[in-house]
Design a binder for this molecule. Structure first.
Ligand code: MN
Ligand code: MN
Length: 461
């Protein structure tokens, strides 16, 4: 054999996926990404993603799963976990005792949550105080257009849905930053301290009510909120209002190969999971799709992946077939579909280039996450990785290897560990992202499309 022949047969050859993309796949990819961008424009919070998913799933024949309900192969069911997370399943022809094929993503993203007592006036400017949610670089959030999304439970028990800043005719909100002329001290601070958490106060108004009294700008804002939504100040306590970047997703690059949007992490994988499920014929193994909340703050709480809401849903399905839940889990497989960091040549020193995901190289499979010696990682076994590799190869899905940064640079985690703790074989895989957790994140259309094909292949495995 020549060296070229040996190289061809023996060595791995990471490749840009465009070379392997057929014309048909290219138009499928564009259509898929168009749908994804519309989803992103409607869903900026976990609540909005759940509303979208319920509506879309019902339009495709999914029904709410209730205790004691009979289910048969081909049935499509879902469980809306309090409007914050959602679980869906297409019942397979095999018993759940033979396990389910699960894809798990999260639909919460880093942002600024409005505090329980947020509205104040200082120097005749009215603000909302916020507490950031998830891992943000605080300096990225001032001087960009922001929108307010969320719900408020009023004293009378009625619920108000609030969305301000997304319609072209809406005002937006902004956090101010210091002018460079006076920033000599600020500019000497480390990036992490240039803007502090308590400085992430969102400007909501400056016009005072006429007449006598103090805090007339604040009072005017409260009056506006009362006129529009019937709110009083105490209602902020029973609210979940969140401040997110305003505006729609955009194609990025002169060649339009990228998508820029807020919250690709992890709605890009959530959409990849849900789409193939909607139109799925009866699979062999029951296909389960999880869109979890609270991943960005540790998967805790009733709507996070550690919640027994998952057991509640799966137990309803297992009970309907007379199968033990633990038996189902022991034979199940889970793709923890979450984003990875795409290699960024601007910050090459933070990564091991030979083990980092690249834009346009397909869905990125991550054996382990964690930090400092794999701490906190769900380190997938050789067998589990072999299963994913074989399944994706057989389905013609372009995949690549991912690790999160070079050793001892930092790290992170996903819901994988919480699935594996349940005795479910779990592997991480997802879309590579540039500028992860920034107000605008970037993904490649090709990787989005391949991740959807990967989820489809896992459901059908
Ligand atoms: Mn994520
Ligand atoms: Mn994240």
């Amino acid at each position: 054999m020549t060296n070229d022949e040996l190289r061809e047969s023996l060595l791995a050859a990471p490749k840009n996926g465009y070379a392997a993309l057929s014309e048909e796949q290219r138009s499928e990819m564009e259509a898929y990404c168009k749908g994804y961008m519309a989803f992103m424009d409607e869903c900026k919070t976990e609540r909005e993603a759940v509303v979208w998913t319920v509506r879309t799933a019902e339009a495709h024949g999914f029904k709410p799963l209730t205790p004691g309900m009979e289910v048969k192969p081909g049935d499509k069911v879902y469980y809306d976990n309090r409007g914050k997370s959602i679980l869906l399943a297409v019942i397979g022809s095999k018993s759940l005792g033979e396990g389910a094929n699960i894809c798990a993503a999260h639909v919460d993203s880093p942002r600024m949550d409005v505090k329980p007592n947020p509205l104040y006036e200082d120097a005749e400017i009215a603000y909302l105080k916020t507490h950031y949610y998830g891992g943000i670089k605080k300096y990225q959030w001032p001087t960009i257009a922001l929108a307010l999304h969320g719900v408020v439970y009023r004293k009378d028990g009625s619920v108000i849905t609030v969305t301000v800043g997304e319609d072209d005719s809406d005002p937006v909100l902004v956090v101010s930053d210091l002018l460079p002329h006076l920033a000599a001290d600020q500019m000497k601070k480390p990036l992490a301290e240039g803007i502090t958490g308590e400085q992430l106060n969102v400007i909501v108004g400056t016009e005072p009510l006429t007449g006598e009294g103090s805090d007339l700008v604040k009072l005017n804002i409260m009056k506006l909120l009362n006129e529009k939504y019937g709110l009083i100040e105490e209602d902020f306590l029973s609210a979940e209002l969140t401040v997110v970047p305003a505006g729609k997703s955009r194609e990025v690059g002169l060649d339009r190969s990228l998508i820029g949007a807020y919250g690709h992490d992890d709605r890009v994988c959530a959409y990849a999971e849900i789409l193939p499920l909607l139109t799925m014929d009866t699979p062999e193994h029951t296909a389960v799709c999880i869109l979890a909340d609270k991943e960005e703050i540790g998967s805790v709480g009733i709507s996070g992946m550690m919640s027994l809401a998952f057991e509640y849903f799966m137990e309803m399905l297992c009970d309907a077939q007379g199968v033990k839940l633990s038996h189902c889990f022991a034979n199940s497989f889970c793709l923890s579909a979450d984003v990875s960091n795409a290699f960024d040549p601007n910050f090459a020193e933070t990564c091991d280039r030979r083990n980092n995901s690249m834009l346009n190289h397909g869905v990125a499979i991550c054996k382990y996450t964690g930090s400092r010696g794999k701490g906190g990682a769900s380190d997938a076994s050789a067998e589990a990785m072999g299963h994913v590799r074989t399944t994706l190869d057989q389905a013609g899905v372009l995949w690549q290897i991912a690790t999160l940064g070079k050793v001892d640079q930092g790290g992170g985690g996903t819901v994988a560990a919480y699935m594996a703790n349940r005795n479910i074989v779990t592997v991480d895989a997802g879309v590579p992202v540039l500028s992860m957790h920034a107000p605008m994140e970037l993904v490649s259309k090709l990787d989005c499309y391949m991740t959807m094909l990967a989820c489809k292949a896992i459901y059908e495995a």
